[in-house]
Design a protein around this ligand. Structure first.
Ligand code: SAH
Length: 263
């Protein structure tokens, strides 16, 4: 029997509800032959070797409290400067979010590592199948691909979906699947997921995500704090256990909004 605990997939302090939308088709990676993409960015402005500056970023992450050595190693490996515009390359290893176009931002390394550490808590080896909502420029997807057997990452903005595809090309990660679609619906074809991570914050956690989470799986997402605290979001962890869903509300965060539909 499918686990359907009496769980309000929203924070208690949230008041308004999000209407479910009919599912939209999701185009799999490779479904856009002949699409023009911009030229890969060169790691200009970082000197000959960016690994030293990445190493110092990782030291700072560890000092901030990230202890999962797998996560730290993945953060050391993935070249964040390849995911930002050339004008911002000099800031690529600062713990800051940066614009990636279309009004969106690449998440701070501190937040990326924090969320992935939460996803991995209690998992001895690699994560199984992971769903990411909000590919953006593809950076977090790249980090996840180092730590999971399969990663499905959905983006609703065509321009960023294409940009991520180009940014990720150099990694040749066969386990990373980029999808163009409305992530509010999740991606049922890849379900169930051992882990679900959202890079955009909505009023509530969509029921589709809960449904597509595997038993024993964990979801980490920013959720808005509701009408009483406009603009505020908190990180929420949801564990799907045989006893039901367990929700933990953690620190305040600041993510771009989760929106429905494609653009
Ligand atoms: N993980 C990204 C962060 C991108 S910002 C990175 O590493 O760069 C969050 C992204 O979520 C934005 O690109 C935004 O367009 C996307 N987004 C918002 N709502 C969405 C939805 N319903 N489905 C898919 N993507 C969504």
């Amino acid at each position: 029997m499918k686990e359907r605990p009496s769980f309000p997939a929203r924070l208690d302090f949230s008041s308004s509800s999000v209407k479910a939308k009919p599912p939209l088709a999701i185009a799999a990676l490779g479904a856009q032959p002949g699409r023009q993409v911009s030229a890969p960015q060169l790691p200009s402005g970082l000197g000959l070797d960016s690994s030293a500056v990445r190493q110092s970023m990782v030291k700072k992450l560890a000092a901030q409290g990230i202890t999962d050595t797998w996560v730290l190693e993945a953060m050391r490996t993935v070249e964040r400067h390849r995911f930002v515009d050339s004008a911002l390359v000099g800031q690529a290893y600062e713990d800051t979010s940066l614009p990636i176009g279309l009004g969106q931002t690449i998440s701070k390394p501190g937040v990326v590592s924090r969320m992935i550490e939460l996803l991995r808590q209690g998992v001895p080896g690699k994560l199984g199948r992971v769903l990411e909502i909000g590919t953006g420029c593809g950076y977090q997807a790249a980090v996840l691909s180092q730590l999971a057997n399969e990663v499905y990452s959905i983006e609703r903005l065509r321009g960023l979906h294409d940009k991520a595809r180009e940014n990720l090309r150099h990694l040749h990660q066969a386990n990373l699947h980029l999808l163009f679609g409305d992530g509010m619906e999740g991606y049922a074809l890849g379900a169930p997921y051992a882990a679900i991570i959202a890079a955009a914050g909505g009023e509530a956690v969509p029921q589709a995500w809960i449904d597509q989470l595997a038993m024993g799986g964990r979801l980490v997402a920013p959720v808005s704090a509701g009408a009483n605290s406009p603009g505020k979001q908190a990180l929420v962890v949801i564990d799907k256990t045989p006893q039901g869903l367990k929700q933990t509300v953690l620190e305040g965060v600041h993510f771009v909004p989760l929106k429905s539909g494609l653009a």
